[in-house]
Design a protein around this ligand. Sequence first.
Ligand SMILES: [Zn+2]
Length: 240
Amino acid sequence: MLLSEEEFKENEIFFKNKFVKSCDICHGRGSTIKEYGDYEVSTTCSCVKKAKLYTELIDYGIPKKYLVAKYNIDEIKNSSYGEDLKNYTVNFVENYQNSVNLFVLGYSNVIWKVGSFLVRHISKLQNPDFPKSRFKIGYSLFSDILKMSFDDRAATANNLLYKTDVLIIDGIGSEFGRNDNKFSQRFLENTIKKRDNDCKLTIMFTNFSMCTVKEMYDNEVCNFIDNCKIINTFKDDKTF
Ligand SMILES: [Zn+2]
């Protein structure tokens, strides 16, 4: 969707090199042999499926860092927001069906780990509305999708905004300062309202405190945020 044909191939190769070559199950062959009595059946190894999935995620805008960078999972588990994050992801299908959107506050160095945790979990799940297909999950910085919507990438932006089951909009609030006409506010309002009407889930990330977010946006957006599941990773920080 977002990648050119060439970029798509590059990413495919990148993930094949990363997952297939070092696979302990198929030792780089990409397939495994299973014996059924006298028959031997060759099946695609999970590493090939993972490489394919991760390439598709990149094509939907998911940052490569979310998929490949390592972090200490205990750091999340032992944090004040760890339990909330775990509960939201473990019950994700239910949250999706009940339109429980998510709003996450925190510094960038924490947000990407939360995003990675969510994406790695959600992308493996089957969408109950469409048997045998996974949740389509996309990502964009808010400022990027705003820009895309008004240049020659508008069709792509629309696909990302309205064809994804789950959309992560990162950098909420950071578009202010360049835009005094409240246009971005309307855009965000329309986006989240339309997605909500279509029973599609939106996950929003911000680096600002809740007070600052509430000062920046009008009632419509603030009401929407209030109805989200809120995960505040600033919680331990006394300044917030
Ligand atoms: Zn393998």
